[in-house]
Design a protein. Structure first.
Length: 157
């Protein structure tokens, strides 16, 4: 599947099989299955299982903290309803900081969140992105700030 692994939605696995034994079902769940439907099954039962599995697998599509809102599906950030234009890396940095709910996010975790695996990112690459993100939030009038925990990482407060 193309694209960045962090942007992929984990899809549920549902086994549809003729095997009815308990050991077969347990093997299916041990292999990572989310549901196991032995034949014969009703299509309504399959549809209900699919809806439930997709609901469990879907990442949260929106996050809010204070006056800041992030919509991961539309890739939009807003402050009190006013859109803030961010680069893709800035968006991913903000999403990682918001996901931590005010906790400290280590610098290496922020780098992993913002850039694809294998990207050549130097130790000081993160700093200008955080500076621009701070400025954009401040200019939009947000009451949220990105603080530094010296030697550890950063937090959104």
């Amino acid at each position: 599947m193309p694209g960045d692994a962090r942007e992929r939605v984990p899809l549920p696995v549902i086994f549809l099989t003729a095997h009815h034994r308990l050991s077969d079902r347990l093997s299916g769940f041990s292999a990572g299955g989310d549901d196991y439907l032995p034949k014969p099954f009703h299509l309504t039962e399959l549809a209900a299982g699919l809806r439930a599995a997709l609901k469990r697998a879907a990442p949260p599509h929106a996050a809010t903290t204070g006056d800041l809102a992030l919509d991961a599906v539309r890739r939009v950030v807003s402050v009190r309803g006013t859109r803030v234009d961010l680069t893709p890396a800035e968006f991913r940095l903000l999403a990682a900081l918001m996901a931590a709910s005010g906790g400290i996010v280590r610098r290496r975790e922020l780098v992993r969140a913002a850039w694809p695996e294998g990207a050549q990112v130097h130790d000081n690459t993160l700093d200008p992105y955080l500076t621009r993100l701070r400025r954009k939030l401040r200019e939009a009038g947000s009451d949220r700030t990105i603080g530094t925990a010296r030697g550890i990482g950063h937090r959104l407060s």
